[in-house]
Design a protein around this ligand. Sequence first.
Ligand SMILES: NC(=O)c1ccc[n+]([C@@H]2O[C@H](COP(=O)([O-])OP(=O)(O)OC[C@H]3O[C@@H](n4cnc5c(N)ncnc54)[C@H](OP(=O)(O)O)[C@@H]3O)[C@@H](O)[C@H]2O)c1
Length: 332
Amino acid sequence: MTKTILLKNRPEGKPSMSDFEFITEESENTISKGEILLETKYVSVDPYLRGRMSDAKSYVPPFQLNKPIQSGVIAKVLESKNDTFTEGDYVSGMLNWQTKQISNGEGLTKVNPDKAPLSAYLGILGMTGLTAYTGLTEIGKPKAGETLVVSGAAGAVGSVVGQIGKILGLRVIGIAGTDEKIEMLKSKFGFDVGINYNTTKDMKSAIAEAAPNGVDIYFDNVGGPISDAVLVNINRLARIIVCGAISVYNNTEAPKSLSVQPFLVKNSALMQGFIVSNYAEKFPEAIKQLATWLSEGKLMYSETIVKGFDNIPKAFIDLFEGKNKGKMIVEL
Ligand SMILES: NC(=O)c1ccc[n+]([C@@H]2O[C@H](COP(=O)([O-])OP(=O)(O)OC[C@H]3O[C@@H](n4cnc5c(N)ncnc54)[C@H](OP(=O)(O)O)[C@@H]3O)[C@@H](O)[C@H]2O)c1
């Protein structure tokens, strides 16, 4: 039996369980020459999938209605008629939300379970780590002694960004949504200051207090009013790395945001959006560096592992309620 999750409706506002459909099919899973049969082990759920569930024009095509949803997956090769893969290999790639599936191997990379736990290849040694590393180094161009603010700081990307900032000698301020997350930022990830945006009345003043020398780099994962409060605290020649804007992904009306231009002009500041794949040529260097820091104990990571294929949509929806600490992953 193969279970699959399809996109049933394009979500209006926050996604709900009724936007997804589960089907179970009797499938023979017979592979042809060049193909492999895969069994899904870990599924990554990510905020950007929300964008693919709508039909707005973006950098990747939208998911099709009544077709399987795809995301980063770690799978085991059960059977192979492909020269690159052998039975028992583990692979990482964009695959369907499906318990078993057939692939021609295109776009899949072998991952080694002896070098790191398999789930890490979806997080710190996968897209998450690469996003944090390339965004911070390529756009942020950090210099020791500068001040970095990270929003979504206790999440998958943010927690890595802050730690890289510390390794590179920055003062690091993290913004997250619960006291427990703020404690984790400081005790586990070494952030200098944490600000809980849900309990702080005046974010602008809280950031000014946490960054007495002003903000040189802002790694923005959330957008919205949190980012407005950071922007008014930037320094001359500040770099604003626009990685994501989760606070507005479910908006049904245009957000009312600060007009950023005056802040950019008067500070000669740079604000740049990016997609991690822009820096594909840097990936080998980035993975090598992240793996070295991990093995040296300079970099830690946190995961929220949800068990069971049927819980994939719920785990995805929970991202918008901040239920995860670090990388949200579903284990089958
Ligand atoms: N540009 C790229 O190539 C790229 C690649 C990967 C990810 N991203 C983006 O990076 C951001 C972080 O992704 P991730 O995978 O690391 O997710 P994540 O941070 O692990 O999970 C999402 C977190 O966002 C916070 N959040 C949810 N709703 C919020 C709101 N309304 N206001 C403020 N914070 C809110 C929650 O934490 P709290 O409890 O703190 O609210 C939640 O835990 C996302 O915007 C994502 O789209 C971009």
